[in-house]
Design a protein around this ligand. Sequence first.
Ligand SMILES: *[C@@H]1O[C@H](CO)[C@@H](O)[C@H](O)[C@H]1NC(C)=O
Ligand SMILES: *[C@@H]1O[C@H](CO)[C@@H](O)[C@H](O)[C@H]1NC(C)=O
Ligand SMILES: *[C@@H]1O[C@H](CO)[C@@H](O)[C@H](O)[C@H]1NC(C)=O
Ligand SMILES: *[C@@H]1O[C@H](CO)[C@@H](O)[C@H](O)[C@H]1NC(C)=O
Ligand SMILES: *[C@@H]1O[C@H](CO)[C@@H](O)[C@H](O)[C@H]1NC(C)=O
Ligand SMILES: *[C@@H]1O[C@H](CO)[C@@H](O)[C@H](O)[C@H]1NC(C)=O
Length: 379
Amino acid sequence: MQMSTFPCILLLCAISLVTCHQRLVAESRTNVELFIKEISKVMSNSDPSGRNHSTKVTIAPHPPLSNVDVWRLLLHLKSEEIKTLTLTVDETQPSTQTEFIFEGNLVDSDSIFLQAMRDSIVVATAFLSMEIRDLQSNVAWVGSNETSHISSLRIVASEKVGVVSAGEQNCSTHESPCYIISPPDPKPDLIKRCISFYFGAQRTVNLCDERVTNFLEISPSPSLYLQDDGNLKVSFTYSHNATEIEVVVYDPEDHTKVFSNSSYRCLVSVSRIFQEGEAVSCTHNITVPEGQTRMVVLIVRTDEKGYVYDSSRLLFEGNPSKPCRTGVIVGAVVGSLLGVGIIATLIIIIVLRKRMKKKKRTDTKRGMTTSYSKAPTSE
Ligand SMILES: *[C@@H]1O[C@H](CO)[C@@H](O)[C@H](O)[C@H]1NC(C)=O
Ligand SMILES: *[C@@H]1O[C@H](CO)[C@@H](O)[C@H](O)[C@H]1NC(C)=O
Ligand SMILES: *[C@@H]1O[C@H](CO)[C@@H](O)[C@H](O)[C@H]1NC(C)=O
Ligand SMILES: *[C@@H]1O[C@H](CO)[C@@H](O)[C@H](O)[C@H]1NC(C)=O
Ligand SMILES: *[C@@H]1O[C@H](CO)[C@@H](O)[C@H](O)[C@H]1NC(C)=O
Ligand SMILES: *[C@@H]1O[C@H](CO)[C@@H](O)[C@H](O)[C@H]1NC(C)=O
């Protein structure tokens, strides 16, 4: 119907501007039908983790709507409940706006209504019956904040979304989680994960997620220890917020050289209930070539919903020609924690594995070393 009235309005405009205005007002007095093109989860200023977020709705071009003061998004939940998000606008001119950001979470729902209101009367509506579910594709900046050249991206490409593109690089479901180590500038600014719903040949509606979790540093900083068996032991303090841990070990000179087992899993040795703030350690399988003097260790903790909670980027430095030399970590932090008073010093001992096997050293202070471990220094 609007399709035929719009040219008519234009024609009237040509005749008289006054008539045109009246026609526009009359037009929007009737309930205009709107068409949703895209619904997306976007970051909100209130929560840098992205768990709480905003909902962006994009609609198809529509006739100008005048004096709309409120936009409403009604989400029909599975439980038959209705969640309402509102957006107050201040429009003096007839508006053709097509993008709206509602503060509030896009919760799982089965249908949605978008309504434009004037003085509490609905003047335009879009309705969509479609299964809105979380795409389970989380993206986060890890190791450092987004603005830093040493920050990396962790991407989960769920089965629902398939391949996720981040700038020049792609992440597919079977590779997930993917780590894009220190992406070059310009950094990918929009990493959009979408699925499409088809409503006949002409209409497609995208359901998207654009959120990227901000960086949060693990505090206190974890400590690292290279074990006799070549596995890396990571010690940290337990947090209910961060239940899973991943470790990525790579060459700082060549980011394509990743020494980690491709699952990046760091296995917590003892399975029991940990207390908040308690010291915990996990082991991570790495294959480091002989002669590798420096390694970056990226430690990433995720929560039970798969969001990255916090992360740290630590640098190992050692000298393989002097096998038992003690390494140094850049950015060492000494922390006392949550009243528990654990002092974690970042001391790393890099020892040639061969030598270690020969010496069969037993070190009682592995992991949370509070001082240099006594590594053999003689030949
Ligand atoms: C999300 O919002 C709810 C309600 O406003 C609040 O209780 C909760 O703490 C928030 N969560 C985060 C992670 O900010
Ligand atoms: C990001 O990190 C850099 C250094 O790593 C720091 O200078 C800057 O202030 C940080 N920015 C934010 C927004 O935290
Ligand atoms: C990434 O995927 C897009 C399409 O999804 C493709 O056009 C592009 O060539 C891929 N890039 C690489 C580096 O594989
Ligand atoms: C993390 O855990 C602390 C202590 O249990 C809690 O106060 C805080 O709200 C949690 N943060 C998030 C984002 O869940
Ligand atoms: C990764 O480690 C797991 C267990 O530690 C092992 O089963 C798997 O084969 C390893 N994968 C690679 C590629 O080494
Ligand atoms: C580490 O991985 C290697 C192969 O990648 C495997 O031979 C070794 O058993 C693994 N060690 C542990 C403790 O998982």
